[in-house]
Design a binder for this molecule. Structure first.
Ligand SMILES: *[C@@H]1O[C@H](CO)[C@@H](O)[C@H](O)[C@H]1NC(C)=O
Ligand SMILES: *[C@@H]1O[C@H](CO)[C@@H](O)[C@H](O)[C@H]1NC(C)=O
Ligand SMILES: *[C@@H]1O[C@H](CO)[C@@H](O)[C@H](O)[C@H]1NC(C)=O
Length: 421
């Protein structure tokens, strides 16, 4: 795609450049001759323009000529025409709405080149610093990780609305599958929850490791999307960078989402990578408990899932926190993994930032748990007998399924094509 856009853009840029030079020099020197040349070039350009326009419609990189203060590094970020996006979403028809929140409404749309995309229509349209906006969009669109939703580009600064164009991820959010409209009766099996946790941690460690580091600022199960094969695609990262915080004044716009916000934010009004770690801890608890982060119908002390989890883990009442369907489905290896993941979540949910692990440490811990968990599964029966004993108090009964049968069922379901998209 980059090659294609470059090929289209270069001749046009040169032509405009020459046209500019022609005007300047022509004005000073042999006006008539150069004006003639200029007109000739303009005529030639007009003749070509229908072709250029139609091709530029779907792929026009931000040009350094148009925005002199922006350098060539802006190649690669696509600029979309407002009209194309308007058309792609059937005029932002409500029937194409796929999400709402986090700076804008999201529409599903089909581009002229056939790609299905998610188009975010930002709430705030008066960007005082469009330059900065473009720079940020470029940074975000240069990020490539298989567990991050790709940002393809945005509309031009001259467009009547600023729209962001993302890769479309078809199978809903983790929240939908845990406790929302896509939740199925038997719940997500443990191996799927475990890989959601690991892949989300991969995406966040990647964001924290780029230079300059990117703090997601709004990690929650609603921002963790799932593709056809249940791979994680983290969405909405770094979008708050598009709305630069006023450094001398505390933003009146609340940061993050209730139930996920770093408690230290309320003291220092700043979100750091450790704030993402806290929010990720809440995600881990949701994966264990299948409960939303905030639920006002729960008991007063349990409205906030993070608080509830910390209490239960501290009082060794994990069985009261874990989704009962998971307990029932699981054997000793899985119970062991759930306990370990709860420990990781407990670390992430520390009130003090310095006490929390880094995202990299969290990722390593989760990978270790998954690795050891499957070794235990393969491993000795003797080991199992011991583990079974100390799980019995929590578990009561041994579950009817082995993890293998759960896996097999799940895999067959994943490979069955689904027409609902
Ligand atoms: C939106 O889409 C629906 C269903 O496709 C259609 O019936 C309706 O007329 C559309 N509304 C507008 C304003 O185009
Ligand atoms: C989406 O998830 C459901 C499980 O809730 C699954 O049955 C379905 O096949 C998935 N759809 C796609 C397109 O993968
Ligand atoms: C920050 O916000 C205050 C009040 O809204 C405003 O007066 C000030 O000019 C802003 N500063 C910057 C750098 O935008």
């Amino acid at each position: 795609m980059a090659c294609f856009t470059r090929k289209v853009e270069r001749p046009l840029e040169l032509r405009t450049f020459y046209a500019g030079v022609s005007v300047g020099v022509g004005g000073l020197l042999v006006i008539v001759t150069f004006l003639g040349l200029f007109l000739y070039r303009r005529k030639k350009r007009n003749r070509l323009s229908p072709v250029l326009l139609s091709r530029r419609a779907s792929s026009e990189p931000i040009s350094s000529k148009k925005d002199p203060e922006l350098g060539n590094e802006h190649y690669g970020t696509q600029v979309f025409e407002y009209e194309e996006l308007h058309e792609a979403t059937d005029g932002f028809n409500a029937s194409n709405e796929v999400g709402d929140g986090g700076f804008g409404t999201v529409y599903k749309g089909k581009l002229r080149d056939g790609r299905t995309v998610a188009i975010k229509r930002l709430y705030e349209n008066n960007f005082r610093r469009v330059e900065q906006f473009m720079t940020e969009v470029h940074i975000l669109s240069s990020l490539r990780h298989h567990n991050l939703v790709s940002l393809y580009g945005c509309t031009s600064r001259h467009s009547r609305e600023l729209l962001l164009v993302f890769e479309f991820v078809p199978n809903g959010t983790v929240a939908d599958h845990l406790h929302g409209p896509r939740a199925c009766e038997e719940g997500l099996p443990w191996p799927v929850r475990m890989s959601i946790a690991i892949e989300t941690a991969q995406a966040l460690s990647y964001l924290h490791a780029v230079t300059p580091p990117i703090v997601h600022r709004d990690v929650k199960t609603n921002n963790i999307l799932l593709d056809r094969s249940f791979r994680v695609k983290v969405a909405d990262f770094g979008l708050s960078r598009l709305f630069p915080l006023n450094v001398t004044h505390v933003s009146t716009v609340p940061q993050g989402t209730p139930g996920y916000v770093d408690p230290e934010y309320h003291q220092c009004y700043q979100l750091t990578d450790k704030s993402d770690v806290y929010s990720f801890g809440v995600v881990l608890v949701e994966l264990i408990a299948s409960k939303p982060a905030v639920d006002i119908t729960r008991h007063r002390h349990e409205i906030n899932l993070a608080k509830m989890a910390v209490n239960k883990i501290q009082n060794e009442e994990l069985d009261q926190l874990v989704d009962p369907r998971l307990w029932r489905q699981s054997n000793s290896e899985v119970i062991w993994m759930i306990r370990q993941v709860a420990e990781v979540a407990f670390g992430c949910l520390q009130e003090e930032r310095d006490m929390r692990p880094t995202m990299k440490e969290v990722l390593e811990a989760l990978r270790g748990i998954e690795g050891k968990g499957s070794n235990r599964k393969k491993g000795a029966e003797a080991d199992d007998a011991v583990a079974k004993d100390d799980d019995r108090s929590l578990l009561g009964e041994r579950p009817p399924h082995s993890p293998d049968t759960v896996n097999a069922e799940w895999e067959s379901r994943l490979t069955t094509p689904n027409a609902s998209v």
